[in-house]
Design a protein around this ligand. Structure first.
Ligand SMILES: C[S@@+](CC[C@H](N)C(=O)[O-])C[C@H]1O[C@@H](n2cnc3c(N)ncnc32)[C@H](O)[C@@H]1O
Length: 204
C-alpha cells in the first residue's frame, strides 16, 4: 500500500507527472466531444493535475480521492486559482455504497493499478455514468513489477486485450486504446520506458 498522504506536498513538483497529465488531457480532448454541459468525475484525482487542463471544456468536475493529503493540496489550488466548477470529495468507491450522482464523463489516471478488483471498479464506473457517457482510463501497459518495485502490491499494468474484455463485460462499447505517454525510469539495469495507454469506452 502506497502512502499517498505523505507524497501529496511534493506531487506537483514532479514535471513528469504534469507532462503526463497534460498529454492525457490532450488525448481525452481529442477523443471526446467535450462540452460545458457535461458533468465529470476525476477518480483518484490526486492534486487534480488532469482536471485543471480540462475544466474550461466541461460544466463541472467532481474530484474524488481516498487520500486526505492529496485533497488538501487540491483544495488549496482550487482556492488559489478561484476555480468555481471543481469540487473535491474524499471517497473510496471500492468501500462504499454507490453514490446517487451520475456523470457524463469519468476519467482516471494511474489509479486502476491501485484497485484490486478491476472488473468491479469498471462496473461501478458504468453504474455512475449516464447513458451515452464516456469512460477514460489511463494506466500502465503490462510490466514486470519493476515500475513500483516487486514488493509493492499493485497490478503490474494491464494487457489491453484483457482490459477490453473486462470493459465489454461491464457493458461498455466502442472500447479503444491509444498510447499517450511513456514514463522513463533509471534503473540498475539501465533506462527503461513504461508506456501509458488511454482506454476510451462508452456506455450505450
Ligand atoms: C498514482 S496517483 C495518481 C494521481 C492523479 N490521478 C495523477 O495522475 O496525478 C493514484 C491516486 O489514486 C488514489 N487512490 C488509490 N486508491 C484509491 C481508491 N480506492 N479510491 C480513491 N482513490 C484512490 C491515491 O490516493 C492517489 O491520489
Amino acid at each position: 500500500m502506497i502512502d499517498f498522504d505523505s507524497k501529496a506536498r511534493l506531487w506537483d513538483g514532479n514535471p513528469v507527472f504534469q507532462d503526463r497529465a497534460d498529454k492525457i488531457a490532450a488525448a481525452i480532448q481529442a477523443a471526446i466531444p467535450l462540452n460545458t454541459n457535461m458533468r465529470a468525475l476525476d477518480y483518484g484525482c490526486g492534486t487534480g493535475m488532469l482536471s485543471f487542463p480540462l475544466k474550461d471544456a466541461l460544466g463541472h468536475i467532481t474530484l474524488k480521492d481516498s487520500s486526505a493529503g492529496m485533497l488538501e493540496v487540491l483544495r488549496e489550488k482550487i482556492t488559489a486559482l478561484g476555480v468555481s466548477n471543481m469540487t473535491a470529495r474524499q471517497a473510496d468507491l471500492t468501500d462504499a455504497p454507490l453514490p446517487e450522482e451520475r456523470y457524463d464523463l469519468i476519467f482516471s489516471s494511474m489509479v486502476l493499478h491501485h484497485i484490486p478488483d478491476t472488473a468491479d471498479i469498471l462496473a461501478t464506473f458504468h453504474a455512475l455514468l449516464n447513458p451515452g457517457g464516456w469512460l477514460c482510463v489511463a494506466d500502465l501497459d503490462q510490466e514486470d513489477g519493476s515500475f513500483h518495485g516487486i514488493e509493492v502490491d499493485v497490478h503490474h499494468g494491464f494487457t489491453r486485450e484483457t482490459l477490453r474484455q473486462q470493459a465489454e463485460a461491464a457493458g461498455y462499447g466502442d472500447v479503444r486504446f491509444d498510447t499517450v505517454f511513456e514514463i522513463v525510469k533509471e534503473q540498475e539495469t539501465g533506462t527503461r520506458a513504461y508506456p501509458v495507454f488511454l482506454m476510451v469506452a462508452r456506455k450505450h
